[in-house]
Design a protein around this ligand. Structure first.
Ligand code: PLP
Length: 402
């Protein structure tokens, strides 16, 4: 039996998403900016998708800016907010002495961390990091002291962590941002489409999402921009109301729209995400019972993680060796960025969370989806136990305890 438990890396596309993308390529392949009828057919696909995506997050369609996925959405939100801030700041004071401040965390996805590190190294921003609480959850109460009025261009915090599933206190963070009049961007890539979202009540100004994390195609995503929020384009052009230039990826957008419509329906029944959560908990219980030294990384109290994610440390084992052993037995999981890059370094996110290096070295992320079944979970538990037993016998002391 093959079992795919790597849905935070990407999800299996839904049949309706595949069909919508195929249909757009065969029946609506004209340029959506063209005035002729075929162009307008393509435009119709794009605008229908915009409505579906807006419905998924409780937004108005005109607040959605389509992009090429999560990474570009994050880039647009961060750079776009920074430029907009610089424009208003230079109007107020022509040569500010200090760079603008962006406040974020050490546990963001690398799409955020590499961009903020590069901007900071070039002196374009001062990067300030919000400390974390136990379990790697952002300490919202530490935020007010980091904000400098007039100089803070953006607060950027992920809604949920991609490695542990930890959910951050976005309501509190948003309330502080509102009070201090600082824009708030949430990286919602690991939230949108797998948990209910309503931007009418959520405290963001900008929210990023990515279609391939909710059973849509890769290379499509977007940013929700609250009406009135200031955002300058990064890619200039006339498309997307001047906020993101470039001919729209009509098949990708159509596929995303179909996936968004399906996920809206799926999320409307709380029993659906509850089923995934129960399977995730069953996986954890099954592994912890039969591998007593294994430890769950991240917060574990009810409701503290997104329903599909579990990060489990196997002390003294290497995640890469575990993943290979799993893969040989048909189980796909992941270790986060460290292993995917072929490095034996543990995940910087787990280390920033205060997880001991010994645990971070042998950390495995299991991420489920709506397609995951009970039989797959039982099979995955057996596979994990067999692989751990074999590795413990063959390399009990190869991993030094740091
Ligand atoms: N942000 C988070 C939290 C993610 O997990 C990912 C992808 O794993 C991204 C951003 C990047 O999204 P994309 O793969 O669509 O560029």
């Amino acid at each position: 039996m093959t079992v795919y438990l790597d849905s935070n890396a990407t999800t299996q596309p839904l049949p309706e998403a595949i069909e919508a993308a195929r249909e757009a390529m065969t029946s609506a392949w004209a340029n959506p900016s063209s005035i002729h009828r075929p162009g307008q057919e393509a435009r119709r696909r794009v605008e229908l998708a915009r409505q579906s995506v807006a419905r998924l997050i409780g937004a108005r369609p005109r607040e959605i800016v389509f992009t090429s996925g999560g990474t570009e959405s994050i880039d647009l939100a961060i750079r776009g907010a920074l430029t907009a801030h610089a424009l208003t700041r230079s109007a107020a004071s022509p040569a500010p002495a200090k760079p603008p401040i962006i406040i974020s965390t050490a546990i963001e996805h690398s799409a955020v961390r590499t961009l903020l590190d590069a901007l900071s190294k070039r002196g374009e921003i001062e990067l300030r990091l919000i400390p974390l609480l136990e379990g790697g959850v952002v300490d919202a109460e530490a935020l007010p002291a980091l904000i400098e009025d007039g100089r803070t261009a953006l607060v950027n915090v992920q809604w949920a962590n991609n490695e542990t599933g930890a959910i951050h206190p976005i309501e509190r963070i948003g309330a502080i941002c509102r009070e201090r009049r600082v824009p708030f961007h949430a990286d919602g890539v690991q939230w949108v489409g797998k948990a209910p979202a309503d931007v009418k009540t959520a405290p963001f100004d900008l929210l990023s999402f990515s279609a391939h994390k909710f059973h849509g195609p890769k290379g499509a995503g977007g940013v929700w921009v609250r009406h009135g929020a200031r955002l300058s384009p990064v890619i200039n052009g006339s498309q997307e109301n001047g906020r993101r230039g470039g001919t729209e990826n009509v098949p990708g957008i159509a596929g995303m729209g179909a996936a968004a419509a399906a996920q809206t329906e799926w999320l409307a029944d709380p029993a659906n995400p509850a089923r995934i959560e129960a399977l995730r908990d069953r996986l954890e219980r099954g592994i912890l019972k039969r591998v007593p030294e294994a430890v769950v990384n991240g917060p574990t109290s009810p409701g503290s993680r997104v329903c599909n994610t579990s990060n489990i440390a196997f002390p003294r084992l290497e995640s890469e060796a575990l993943l290979i052993a799993f893969s040989e037995r048909g189980l796909s999981a992941s270790a986060g960025p460290a292993c995917s890059s072929g490095s034996l370094d543990p995940s910087p996110v787990l280390l920033a969370m205060g997880i001991p290096a010994e645990h971070a070295h042998g950390a495995i992320r299991f991420s489920l989806s709506r397609f995951t079944t009970e039989q797959e979970i039982e099979s995955a538990i057996d596979t994990v136990v067999a692989a751990v037993d074999r590795l413990k016998k063959s390399m009990p002391t190869t991993q030094p305890v740091a």
